[in-house]
Design a protein around this ligand. Structure first.
Ligand code: UD1
Ligand code: MG
Length: 460
């Protein structure tokens, strides 16, 4: 029955800013780092706290932001901030959505996606009846632009001073406000209406809460985290830096969990990539969203994988492309320049060279020869190709879908398959080969003689 565990939390994520410096038609928080939107990262990071309510504050015309919020947090409530009048005004728009809630309110900014769940939890736990507010701070290498944390002799925060409103002496403080705060709901709604806009920017600053709390003799605690966790995104240079930070984090995590990365800095993961143990990933592999890899899989160099599941012991690449809906069975091989989409490949099946396999199923133990193509699209609709188990598909086969090939069938190289192939049958469709003895030698003689005659004529 400890207080930290008993207190419920609600989360308010501020996402109403336009993000002008991104120079983009897309709202800033929908830009992606490691394959996930900035907003998505923040919503996922707060999930382990099991918030009883999640509110995302959006601006006008941000329907796409609302959809993205719902994708990551089913029961999310949306608050609309008509005009961006400051962070305190943004939180005020969330009041209706938090009606009746009396635990700890956490406020986070949607453009700072690197925040880790453990840090959010530590901040939430710092709020107690004796300490009704806590601020997440960090030591900034370059404090310019951040709000500075002013503290008393006991180390408690007495004010947060925005850069533009700070004295030269306060500007020398390198302990900065990350933007993340946790505050008792009752105290929040008591203090918020007292915030004015008498400051350099004429905005309603949420950061004024700290000074107001201190003046009301309520303690404001500091929780510190590394600067790397609070880096924000304002432009695309910072977006790339944040993506790189996620990649470093994921590479390290996978290696510590039993994945071999032979050249870690060349492998790019997605925030949702799942990988089992004793998996080896060679250099220059890129993961898109929705990939799940079982144990003992090898991903060879230069492969691109998204929306795919790969079962135990499979071998992918080099130069393979797995697209959404690719389900690769255990011990299957997908080789160079093979593209697989919306297809289940059975256990032990092989497609080793130069193929397109889309909207299909391939049974266990089947061999797909080099250059096999499923012709799945007729210019209007997609059709399925179903290939049974232990089928031998000869090289350069075109399977014109919809088409079915029974178990154990054999398709001769170069065949264009336009109808069902029964189990254990041979399908062959190509012009019969002819042999003309000595033809090539005669042809050469004629051609050489003509060329020589022409050259002679030109000289004379
Ligand atoms: C804010 C903090 C500052 C802190 C810094 C950390 C305030 C007043 N200052 O400054 O102490 O060091 O973040 O990066 O809070 N937003 C809205 N509606 C608004 C205004 C902002 O939703 O009316 C959202 C923005 O989309 C953004 C977040 O709030 O996600 C922060 O706003 P921003 O203007 O970037 O604040 P900073 O000046 O960076
Ligand atoms: Mg900012």
């Amino acid at each position: 029955m400890t207080r930290a565990i008993m207190r419920q939390s609600a989360i308010v994520v501020l996402a109403a800013g336009k993000g002008t410096r991104m120079k983009s038609a897309l709202p800033k928080v929908l830009h992606r780092a490691a394959g996930r939107s900035l907003l998505g990262h923040v919503l996922e990071a707060v999930k382990p706290l099991k918030p009883v309510r999640t509110v995302v504050v959006v601006g006008l015309g941000m329907e796409a932001v609302q959809d993205e919020a719902r994708r990551h947090s089913a029961g999310v409530k949306i608050a609309l901030q008509q005009q961006q009048r400051g962070t305190a005004d943004a939180v005020a728009t969330a009041k209706a959505a938090l009606a009746g809630f009396s635990g700890t309110v956490l406020v986070a900014y949607a453009d700072a996606p690197l925040i880790r769940a453990e840090t959010v939890a530590a901040l939430a736990e710092a709020v107690t009846p004796r300490t009704p507010m806590a601020v997440l701070g960090f030591r900034a290498a370059e404090p310019k632009g951040y709000g500075r944390l002013i503290r008393n002799a006991k180390g408690h925060i007495t004010a947060i001073r925005e850069e533009l409103d700070a004295t030269p002496r306060e500007r020398r403080i390198d302990l900065c406000n990350s933007g993340l705060i946790a505050i008792d709901a009752t105290l929040l709604w008591t203090l918020l209406p007292k915030i004015g806009n008498d400051n350099a920017k004429k905005e309603y600053y949420l950061t004024d809460l700290a000074g107001l709390a201190a003046r009301a003799k309520r303690r404001v605690a500091l929780v510190e985290c590394p600067e790397s966790e609070v880096a924000g995104v304002n432009d695309r240079v910072q977006l790339a830096a944040v993506d790189a930070a996620f990649q470093t984090r994921y590479r390290r995590r996978f290696m510590l969990e039993g994945v071999t990365l032979t050249a870690p800095e060349t492998v790019f993961f997605c925030a949702d990539t799942q990988i089992g143990k004793d998996v080896v990933i060679e250099p220059h592999v890129v993961f898109g969203p929705g990939v799940s890899i079982d144990n003992n899989v090898r991903i060879l160099a230069f492969s691109h994988i998204e929306g795919a599941t790969i079962a135990d012991g499979a071998r992918i690449g080099p130069y393979a492309r797995l697209r959404p809906g690719a389900e690769i069975g255990s011990d299957a091989h997908i080789g160079n320049f093979v593209e697989v989409k919306q297809t289940r490949i059975g256990a032990g099946a092989k497609a080793n060279h130069l193929s397109y396999i889309g909207d299909a199923s391939v049974g266990a133990g089947t061999n797909i020869g080099a250059g096999t193509i499923t012709c799945n699209y007729d210019g209007f609709e997609k059709h399925r190709t179903e290939i049974g188990a232990n089928v031998f598909v000869g090289s350069n086969t075109a399977l014109v879908a919809p088409v079915k090939v029974g178990d154990g069938a054999n398709i001769a190289a170069g065949t264009v398959v336009t109808g069902a192939v029964p189990a254990d049958a041979l399908a062959i469709a190509r012009a019969e080969m002819q042999i003309r003895q000595g033809w090539a030698a005669k042809y050469r003689d004629i051609k050489r003689a003509r060329k020589a005659a022409k050259a002679k004529g030109a000289k004379e």
